[in-house]
Ligand binder design. Structure first.
Ligand code: ADP
Ligand code: ZN
Ligand code: ZN
Length: 746
């Protein structure tokens, strides 16, 4: 018989560097506390939550100094040991306390008991056959009880709420039956299901040769329990079917799988595809679920009832035991990077988790990130290619329209002649179209006609966007809104005009041109409600709406077979961002939008409108030519020393005013300079460093400044980063955050 250990090593759930270590507690007699169990412990004069991470039979403190664990919070260990190991690793790489990364491993609302198991009253007959007949006869003068016995004669568990549909207020009668030993009434757990109706099971299609070939590489890796793949498949090549078959293999081998999806709008589609094949074995985890739904889905996974998890980036921490496969769909997406503390890249976490647990990673995209494709070329990942669409459908035909030429010809509208003709044709044919513009709102700026002043946010250093639905100016950084001023705040002129185009304006324009066609708009403004994205997408999928206008949210992954026309209204928006990734992002966006057209039997047409038709990202996207884009971009990165050849590091300083912020950045700069003098060897690693205001000087009333460094990728660079981290942690009169290759350089 195994002895119950005397002591537990507990990480207390306080994310502070000072308490970032294990504390020893005594385990009270008879309390079973497996490793990974969450517990309540006394801490100072407070009661805190904590995690049991180890056991011991001896302690290095006298017993009088050791306090007892109060109680376990759940009767099962919430943390799997492999996830504790992952949390440890992450706390080191993200430079944050272990308590902070352990929080990633459980639903947020479990902490502090903010979500509970939901129960309902249920009843069940305890007698059958002869006994039941006797019991029934005994109730001859109580028709309600007799009816209840009849209703429960099948011996199954019946929710009281269901019985109440046929018998008025049944509870009292049930209690009488219970006292007589005929039935039992009890609380039973009910699961809150985010997608309650189970879809009918669908048949597997016959695989294409390319799909078969890809699986021919993946399946042996699943058996070996190691491998990392990059699947480069053009839009519509049927990548999802490869995921489904690989997951099926996993399940057959008794292993679980995680499917990461980048955006909330893509989740329902993936979920319905997976549930059509795997039914309730598939669970869903993402931020738009209610706390109860998320908790229940998480428990289904933890208990092993659901072995396939589909979810956003944090689903990489799902408690799947015996993990066989992690799929990263649309692996090039920026949303796999978490900007919040603790910062992590779900793709990197996927690889390290997979290595530890003997799982295979399958990353896939029509437009792989430059980083991943370079790794595949180097041999870090096995490259799998699916260069053709399913059933030999052609890739859509792309026309690039030079908007400067349109202007010269006197067309001042947002749509070129070509796009209008195509739209007219598409609508006349009863088909569907998607129009894409990467900017929400009606007009991105309001400018004074007399002095040129642009209306800006009072709290942020950005221009305000005019929204038509509430006729107000919105700040897209802090969310503040204000009425449209009557006069220019600078020169008092009453002549203000809205400039530029956003999704609302495109929506208005098409609604005006096609009054009988229903238009849906999908952007951050229309999808904030829990299920709104699903509703909008269903309206379009069902064919009720025939035009969809949207931001990058609709650019990728969505499969609408009836769409024959795609228009990129203004491709330049992403090309002109002050970021070394702007070409890569533009190429990805344009290739992905183009890929929405012509996915079924009818060929697709794509119109890209731009002021820079000769830009290599536009040209390559028009030809759907990933290889040539990769070649040009990779050479440019090498020449100009950008990632993956270098690492960009920023120390972002935020303070109450500009002077303080710049004071911090100047102080940091001086410290960096000293570091360089003290470590002459680092000069070869650090290509340059400078101090400056941030591109956006103020957000939410906080002034922003930065120290920016470019490092060569080298093992020694870890030392430089450590030193920078130390500097960031010092007591500055504001916040300092160290960012490595940040997703946004704003
Ligand atoms: P991708 O993600 O590569 O853009 P999808 O996975 O969305 O492509 O697949 C495109 C379409 O092809 C979907 O409608 C899908 O149902 C269909 N499809 C995929 N594989 C097959 C197959 N083997 N046979 C028939 N249809 C398929
Ligand atoms: Zn003015
Ligand atoms: Zn603002």
């Amino acid at each position: 018989m195994s002895q119950i250990p005397r002591y537990a090593q507990v990480i207390v759930d306080i994310a502070h560097a000072d308490v970032d270590r294990v504390f020893t507690y005594a385990i009270p007699q008879g309390m079973a506390l497996p490793i990974g169990t969450r517990v309540e412990v006394p801490f100072g004069r407070q009661v805190k939550e904590g995690y049991v991470l180890g056991h011991a039979d001896t302690a290095d403190l006298p017993d009088s100094k050791i306090r007892d664990i109060i109680r376990p919070l759940e009767e099962y260990p919430a943390l799997l040991p492999q996830l504790v190991a992952l949390a440890r690793e992450l706390s080191q790489s993200a430079h944050c306390p272990l308590a902070e990364t352990l929080r990633l491993m459980i639903p947020a609302q479990m902490r502090g008991g903010r979500v509970r198991v939901k129960t309902e009253k249920a009843a069940q007959l305890l007698v059958s056959g002869e006994e039941m007949a006797q019991a029934r006869a005994a109730q001859s003068r109580a028709p309600k009880r007799r009816l209840l016995i009849d209703l429960m004669a099948d011996g199954q568990v019946h929710p009281v709420s269901e019985l109440a549909l046929l018998v008025r207020s049944p509870l009292e009668a049930l209690r009488v039956l219970e006292e007589a030993g005929i039935a039992r009434v009890f609380d039973r757990e009910v699961l809150r299901a985010p997608y309650p109706d189970t879809p009918a099971r669908e048949q597997d299609p016959v695989l294409t040769p390319a799909q078969q070939e890809a699986l021919g590489e993946i399946v042996p890796a699943l058996k070996r329990r190691e491998g990392a793949f990059l699947l480069h498949g053009v839009t519509g090549s049927g990548k999802t079917e490869v995921y489904i078959r690989a997951v099926r293999e996993c399940l057959c081998m008794g292993l679980g799988a995680i499917v990461l999806v980048p955006e909330i709008v893509l989740t329902p589609q993936m979920v319905s595809w997976f549930r059509a094949r795997f039914q309730n074995e598939a669970a869903v985890l993402h931020s738009r679920l209610s706390a109860g739904e998320r908790f229940d889905e998480w428990r289904r996974i933890r208990q092993g009832a659901a072995r396939v998890v589909i979810g956003a980036r944090s689903a990489v921490f799902a408690p799947v035991d015996d993990l066989g496969l992690i799929i990263v769909d649309e692996e090039h997406e920026g949303s796999y990077l978490s900007e919040r503390v603790p910062q992590y890249d779900a793709r990197e976490v996927a690889h390290s988790r997979a290595r530890r647990e003997g799982a295979v990673v399958l990353m896939a995209s029509a437009t792989p990130s430059i980083l991943s494709f370079a790794k595949a070329q180097r041999g870090d990942y096995t490259l799998l290619e699916m260069p053709e669409r399913v059933n030999g459908l052609p890739l859509p035909e792309v026309t690039v329209v030079d908007m400067r030429e349109e202007l010269r010809l006197g067309n001042k509208g947002m749509f070129s002649t070509v796009l209008l003709e195509e739209l007219d044709h598409c609508m006349a044919q009863g088909q569907q179209a998607m129009l894409f513009i990467n900017r929400r709102g009606y007009a991105p700026s309001v400018v004074c006609r007399r002095c040129g002043h642009t209306m800006g946010c009072t709290a942020c250093d950005v221009s305000l966007t005019w929204h038509a639905w509430d006729s107000r100016l919105h700040c897209h950084y802090c969310g503040q809104t204000s009425p449209m001023p009557e006069r220019c705040p600078q020169c008092a002129s009453p002549y203000l005009r809205t400039c530029g185009v956003g999704t609302q304006r495109v929506e208005e324009e098409v609604a005006r041109r096609y009054p009988n066609v229903e238009v849906v708009r999908v952007d951050n403004d229309t999808t904030t409600l829990k299920d709104s994205h699903r509703e909008l997408i269903n309206r379009f999928r069902s064919g009720k709406a025939r035009i969809m206008v949207g931001t990058q949210m609709i650019a990728k992954g969505l499969d609408f077979p009836q769409v024959t026309l795609v228009g990129a209204v203004l491709a330049d928006l992403s090309l002109n961002l002050p970021d070394f990734r702007s070409a890569e992002r533009s190429f990805q966006l344009l290739t992905q939008v183009a890929g929405r057209a012509g996915r079924a039997d009818k060929p697709g047409r794509v119109v890209i409108q731009t002021y820079q038709p000769e830009h290599y990202a536009v040209v390559a996207a028009a030809g759907q030519d990933y290889r040539s884009f990769f070649g040009v971009e990779f050479a440019r990165r090498r020449r100009d020393l950008y990632p993956p050849f270098t690492m960009l590091v920023r120390l972002l300083c935020q303070a109450k005013d500009e002077q303080t912020a710049r004071g911090i950045s100047a102080g940091i700069y001086a410290r960096v300079e000293r570091l360089m003098e003290e470590n002459p060897g680092w000069k070869r690693r650090v290509l340059f460093y400078r101090e400056d205001e941030a591109p956006i000087r103020r957000i939410m009333g906080r002034a922003r400044a930065q120290v920016f460094l470019k490092l060569l990728v080298h093992p020694d660079s870890e030392q430089v980063l450590k030193a920078l981290q130390e500097i960031a942690k010092q007591d500055w009169p504001g916040e300092v955050a160290l960012e490595i290759d940040p997703a946004s350089l704003a």
